[in-house]
Design a protein around this ligand. Structure first.
Ligand code: ADP
Length: 500
C-alpha cells in the first residue's frame, strides 16, 4: 500500500521536496537555496550541477526526516522554473555550459531583430509567445553559436538540451530518460502548440538540431522509473511551475483562473480545449493534462512588479520594517485619498506593453501621508492584476466566477479583499500555500491511480478563505478610472521624453 506522492519543486532560487499524503496534507518538506551568478549586466546563470545537488539534497531530507518508507512513495511529480536552458554531454553527464536562466537578457537584441524581420506574427501563431529573451529558443541558439565545442557536440549527437525538468529527470534516471512535458515545451518558442510537436521551421530559424531535443509528453504521464534509496519509483508528472500551480489550485475547466502574488504576479486563465489568441498581448500556453486527454490551453499574463513594490517600500523608501506591516499601515486609512502608485519600474506589461513607462505617483496633496502611499502601493498590485484579468475575460469571452490565489503577498488580507472588491469576483485562498508542488503531486497521483479522479481532490480545498466583493459598482468604476488615468500619466512621462 503506497502512502505518499513526492513532489520536486525546482524554483528559480531554491529547490523544495514535499511529501503529500492521500488527504492532500503535507507530511514532510525540505528546502535548499542555490546561487545565481551575474557574469555581465543583464546576464543570469546557474550551475546545473548545483541545481541537481540542491534538489537531491531536499529529496533525501524530506524522505528521511519523516521516516517515510521509500517503497511507500507511489510516484514522483516534477515542477520547475520554466524557460531556463541546460545543455550537457550525454557521454560524460556533465553540463557543457552554465544554465542560462529565464531572467537573462543576453539575447534581447536577437529578439528585437526577429521583430524587425517581421517574424513576430509567425512566432505568435505557432508558439503563442512573443519574441522575447525570456523564452528558451534564443538562449539555446546563443549557446550553440558562442560556447566552444557545443555546435560540434550537437552535430555528433552528444549534446542534449533540456529545460530544468528534463535535466533533473535525466540525472535522476542515471542518464537514461530524455523527456519533457508540453507545458515546459510550450515555453521554449520551438514548440508548435497546435501540432503538438517541435516545429521544423522554428528549429531551422534558430539553427537547433532536432536530435538535441527531448521527447514531449502530456504533463501527467509515465516518464519512467528512477531509483531512490534502492527502490524503483515511477516519475508520473512534469509541469512548468505556473501551469502546475493552475492545476494545484484545482483550476481544471475553462474560465478557472489563478493568480500567484510573488515578486511579480502570474495570472493564468484556463481556456479549455481552445487555444485563445489574446488581443491584449497575453501569451497562449499549454495547460497541464493527463495522458489520453485532449490538449488544453491557458492564457498567461504577468505583472512585473507585484510584491516587489512592497519590498521597495521597505528597502528603498524605508516606510515599513517588514513586508507584512504594509497591511497594518494601509488599514489605518479608509482609502488612498486619491493617491495612485504605478510601479512601472521596468515598464508596463500586458495589456499596456509600454517598455518606457516609469514608476509614477499621482494625486498627492498636502494631506497625503505615509499610510496613503503604502496603501496605494499595495492597491497597485490589485489594479495591475485586475488589468490582466479583464483582458483575459475579454479575450476568452468567459465569465470569471472566482480567482484562486497563492504566493507570498496573498497572505495580505487587505490586498485580497481589495482584489475581490475591484474585480467584482470571489477571491479564494487555499489553506495550503503549496499550489505549485501540489499541482505536480496531483498530476502524478492522478496518473498512477493514487487519487481516482479530479473530483477526489475537491475535499482538499475545503478550508479555503473566501473574500467576497463588497464595493459598489460606482465606487469600483471611479477607482478604476483613477487608476487608468494614473497609468496614462506614467506612459505620458515616457512619451514626452523627446522634449527634454
Ligand atoms: P517569489 O516566489 O517571487 O520569491 P513569494 O511568493 O515568496 O515570492 O512572495 C514574496 C513577495 O511577496 C515579496 O515581494 C514580498 O514583498 C511580498 N509579500 C510577502 N508577504 C507580504 C504581505 N504580508 N503583504 C504584502 N506583500 C507581501
Amino acid at each position: 500500500m503506497t502512502s505518499y506522492i513526492l513532489a520536486l519543486d525546482e524554483g528559480t532560487t531554491s529547490a523544495r521536496a514535499i511529501l503529500f499524503d492521500r488527504s492532500g496534507a503535507v507530511v514532510s518538506c525540505a528546502q535548499r537555496e542555490f546561487p545565481q551568478s551575474y557574469p555581465k549586466p543583464g546576464w543570469v546563470e546557474q550551475d546545473p550541477l548545483e541545481i541537481y545537488a540542491a534538489q537531491y539534497a531536499t529529496l533525501t531530507e524530506a524522505v528521511t526526516r519523516c521516516g517515510a518508507d521509500p517503497a511507500a512513495i507511489a510516484a514522483i511529480g516534477i515542477t520547475n522554473q520554466r524557460e531556463t536552458v541546460v545543455v550537457w554531454d550525454k557521454t560524460t553527464g556533465r553540463p557543457l555550459t552554465p544554465a542560462i536562466v529565464w531572467q537573462c537578457r543576453r539575447t534581447a537584441d536577437a529578439c528585437e531583430r526577429l521583430t524587425r524581420e517581421g517574424l513576430a506574427p509567425m512566432l505568435r501563431e505557432k508558439t503563442g509567445l512573443r519574441p522575447d529573451a525570456y523564452f528558451s529558443a534564443t538562449k539555446l541558439a546563443w549557446i550553440l553559436e558562442h560556447v566552444e565545442g557545443v555546435r560540434a557536440a550537437a552535430e555528433e549527437g552528444r549534446a542534449l538540451f533540456g529545460t530544468v525538468d528534463t535535466w533533473l529527470l535525466w540525472k535522476l534516471s542515471g542518464g537514461t530518460i530524455h523527456k519533457t512535458d508540453e507545458t515546459n515545451a510550450s515555453r521554449t518558442m520551438l514548440y508548435n502548440i497546435h501540432t503538438h510537436d517541435w516545429d521544423e521551421e522554428l528549429l531551422s530559424l534558430f539553427g537547433i538540431p532536432r536530435a538535441m531535443l527531448p521527447t514531449v509528453h502530456p504533463s501527467g504521464a509515465f516518464y519512467g522509473n528512477v531509483t531512490l534509496f534502492g527502490v524503483s519509483v515511477p516519475v508520473c508528472a512534469i509541469a512548468g511551475d505556473q501551469q502546475a500551480a493552475l492545476f494545484g489550485q484545482g483550476c481544471f475547466a475553462a474560465g478557472d483562473a489563478k493568480n500567484t502574488y510573488g515578486t511579480g504576479c502570474f495570472l493564468l486563465v484556463h481556456c479549455g480545449e481552445t487555444p485563445v489568441a489574446s488581443r491584449a498581448g497575453m501569451l497562449t500556453t499549454c495547460a497541464a493534462v493527463l495522458s489520453g486527454e485532449r490538449p488544453q490551453y491557458a492564457l498567461e499574463g504577468s505583472v512585473f512588479v507585484g510584491g516587489a513594490v512592497i519590498q521597495w517600500l521597505r528597502d528603498a523608501m524605508g516606510l515599513i520594517r517588514e513586508t507584512r506591516d504594509s497591511e497594518y499601515f494601509a488599514s489605518k486609512v479608509p482609502d488612498t485619498a486619491g493617491v495612485y502608485v504605478v510601479p512601472a519600474f521596468t515598464g508596463l506589461g500586458a495589456p499596456y506593453w509600454d517598455m518606457y513607462a516609469r514608476g509614477t505617483i499621482v494625486g498627492m496633496t498636502r494631506a497625503s501621508g505615509r499610510d496613503h502611499l503604502i496603501r496605494a502601493a499595495l492597491e497597485s498590485i490589485a489594479y495591475q492584476t485586475d488589468d490582466i484579468l479583464r483582458a483575459a475575460v475579454a479575450d476568452t469571452g468567459l465569465p470569471l466566477t472566482r480567482l484562486r490565489v497563492d504566493g507570498g503577498a496573498s497572505a495580505n488580507r487587505l490586498l485580497m479583499q481589495f482584489q475581490a472588491d475591484l474585480s467584482g469576483t470571489e477571491v479564494v485562498r487555499p489553506a495550503s500555500a503549496e499550489a505549485t508542488a501540489r499541482g505536480a503531486a496531483y498530476l502524478a497521483g492522478l496518473t498512477c491511480g493514487f487519487w481516482e479522479d479530479r473530483e477526489a481532490l475537491r475535499a482538499h480545498f475545503a478550508d479555503s478563505t473566501v473574500f467576497t466583493p463588497r464595493m459598489s459598482e460606482e465606487e469600483r468604476a471611479a477607482r478604476l478610472a483613477g487608476w487608468h488615468r494614473a497609468v496614462r500619466a506614467a506612459s505620458a512621462w515616457a512619451a514626452d521624453r523627446g522634449a527634454e
